[in-house]
Design a protein around this ligand. Sequence first.
Ligand code: UT7
Length: 332
Amino acid sequence: MQNALSPIVIRSTGYFLPERVLTNDDLSKIVETSDEWIAERTGIRERRICADDETTSDMAYGAALDALKNANLKPEDIDLLIVATITPDFKTPSVACILQERLGLRNVPAFDISAACSGFVYCLEICGQLMRGGVYRNALIIGAEKLTSVTDWTDRTTCVLFGDAAGACVLSKTDTPGVGLIGNILGSDGSHPDILNIPGGGSRLPLTKENIDDKTQYIKMNGREVFKLAVRVMEDVARKLLERHGLTTQDINLVIPHQANTRIIEALTKRLEIPNERVMLNIEKLGNNSSASIPVALAQANEQGRLKKGDYLLLLAFGAGLTWGASLIKWN
Ligand code: UT7
């Protein structure tokens, strides 16, 4: 089953990583942990972290410039801008509006969406549908996160997991049928708010000196619960999406999963019977970058020449909310 409306393709990819590297050995000097524990339980060896004055919009800007360069487009060619992030520079204005000004885009709709680690897959669906509606020709979508700004550096169960990054894609309309964004399935379940959240800093619990001392502004997670749900839900959504389009996992040339934990990815791809050589991994060097993980992995796969015309790509995401999503793409 193909989408009969105007096909939308990923015209280019781009990414930006902060320069500073934080290794597992560096972390073992801050909390009681070890390179061995982190590598064995998560697959992570190092992650990038922003400089103190480097922001989510700075990384998003870097990724946007890279994607525009790779698309041979100028900022004025872009007529829609969407950013997925849970770590915006400000509560308002949005990162997208900051970028609109920095890129010099003229009169384009620009907005952020919040779907945590599933943010980029949500962006693909939202942007694809807006473009199919007819008005927009070229869109810029970005996943960007400064997760270290919401990391509790005294909590060894979370601080070893996260890193900062941004990834971007230019989406364009095309006349070629049957390529590009073939289909998506998105989902959510708000009945588990406490297993992965940032309790403080919103309207429910505005920050006060007292609750800052209680560290409510940082990510809290029940890792074991999230782990189990992530494997089960991503397997389910992958199977449903492939079945909807008359494909099997044998047809997939590359899976680009959210990079939360190598063991999650291994359990998932084993259940789906997808061999390791058809799975994109960058977690060892980057950790978990929430909404930036998938677009950075996609851009790196592209840079490494792993995406061939006609290949089927399967993007799989799971994160806070809870939210999840799968995207099927035929590379062009
Ligand atoms: O991106 C959004 C979604 N997020 C995820 O998908 C993350 C999902 N969860 C995970 O990836 C894993 O659950 C973690 C990596 C977070 C934890 O791995 P785990 O194998 O589930 O470990 P655990 O929480 O069951 O903890 C095992 C032990 C505990 O000690 P005891 O109680 O057995 O004595 C922890 O205190 O490991 C201890 N531990 C650590 N030890 C050394 C927890 N964190 C660390 C650490 N270093 N950093």
